[in-house]
Ligand binder design. Structure first.
Ligand SMILES: [Zn+2]
Length: 331
């Protein structure tokens, strides 16, 4: 199938919300990891979300070029062509974009989709994330509103974040944030709903102690009840339709019981990056150690790396209960 249309993407998110499951949002940075992601979803007959970051975009453009927008467009175009060969629905998304990168990353990508639409072509992406969690909530919300309006004009979904995801991503280290920032309060969740509802479709990365990266069991104290309480507060005041489409960041290394608990509280997307990176590196390292003599011939380890990514992502589809539920051919 070609990459999901805006209508198909909306149907995917609605189906996950109604059906108590979620999509893996898997970060890719190369053709090998992109192919691994497509294989992982297709092998499980699960729809899914492939996401690109400022870092992967810069990497994909090459060391001498270092243009995050160009590299992101190159990978997204490759995804459009490759996804057409699979019988599941794939949506394209961009991950964390901090306020200082809005004008150099997010807006140029929205403009690229607008340009394609004007030419009668499909959207380049289905959704983008704005991560303005480093700003005070009022400023975060102001920027979120501006961008949501720009996205809505182009049938793009915007993901916003309030609270802070712990750990480090794309060189932004949050490990010294005060602990309470790691948990989004019901008041903040109400404020986000009140500011954004009606402007366009959005997803919300509320934080509940989740951390980027992979930690030893017990090191991260997840509190999925935070999500439950926030949803209850919003629905008590604004009705059932006000339920958030929530995003779970830092899914790597999370025990399946905790993942499953969040599915009941409206999580429709769980990001996975570190674990699929490990699956990639582990497969390459394993091949190198086993075949040290012949390792200069690299075909084998790249195939192993693609498979490693696909297998780890397949497990995520099972954890998130999206396996076997593709809407491909049903919309
Ligand atoms: Zn994240």
């Amino acid at each position: 199938m070609p990459i999901a249309t805006p209508k198909q993407y909306a149907a995917m998110l609605d189906a996950a919300q109604a059906g108590g499951y979620a999509y893996a949002g898997v970060n890719v940075a190369s053709l090998v990891t992109l192919n691994g992601a497509l294989k992982g979803f297709a092998d499980r007959k699960s729809d899914g979300i492939v996401q690109l970051s400022t870092g992967s975009g810069e990497f994909a453009s090459g060391l001498n070029v270092k243009d995050m927008v160009l590299g992101t467009i190159v990978l997204a175009e490759a995804a459009h062509r490759l996804a057409a060969k699979y019988d599941v629905l794939i949506a394209l998304h961009t991950d964390h974009c901090q306020p200082r990168k809005v004008d150099s990353f997010l807006r140029p990508l929205i403009a690229e989709t607008a340009r394609r639409r004007a030419a009668g072509l499909a959207n380049l992406f289905q959704s983008h994330m704005l991560d303005a969690s480093e700003l005070p909530l009022a400023e975060n919300i102001k920027l979120s509103k501006e961008l949501l309006r720009e996205c809505a004009k182009n049938e793009l979904v915007l993901e916003v974040e309030a609270g802070v995801v712990g750990g480090e991503e794309d060189g932004v280290d949050h490990s010294h944030q005060p602990r309470e920032k790691l948990y989004t309060s019901p008041e903040d969740m109400l404020a986000v709903h009140e500011a954004l509802s009606g402007l366009g479709r959005y997803m919300f990365a509320a934080t509940f102690g989740n951390v980027h990266g992979h930690y030893k069991p017990g090191a991260v104290k997840l509190r999925p009840d935070i999500l439950k309480r926030g949803q209850e507060a919003v629905m008590a005041k604004y009705g059932k339709d006000a339920e958030f489409d929530l995003v779970f960041h830092g899914g790597s290394g999370t025990p399946v019981e905790e993942i499953r608990e969040t599915l009941g509280y409206g999580v429709v997307k769980m990001n996975i990056d570190t674990d699929t990176q490990y699956a990639f590196t582990r497969a390459v390292a394993d091949h190198i150690f086993r075949n040290y003599g012949g390792v200069l011939k690299i075909d084998g380890e790249m195939k192993a790396a693609e498979k490693g990514v696909a297998e780890r992502l397949g497990q995520a589809c099972d954890d998130l209960l999206s396996s076997g539920k593709t809407l491909c051919g049903k919309l």
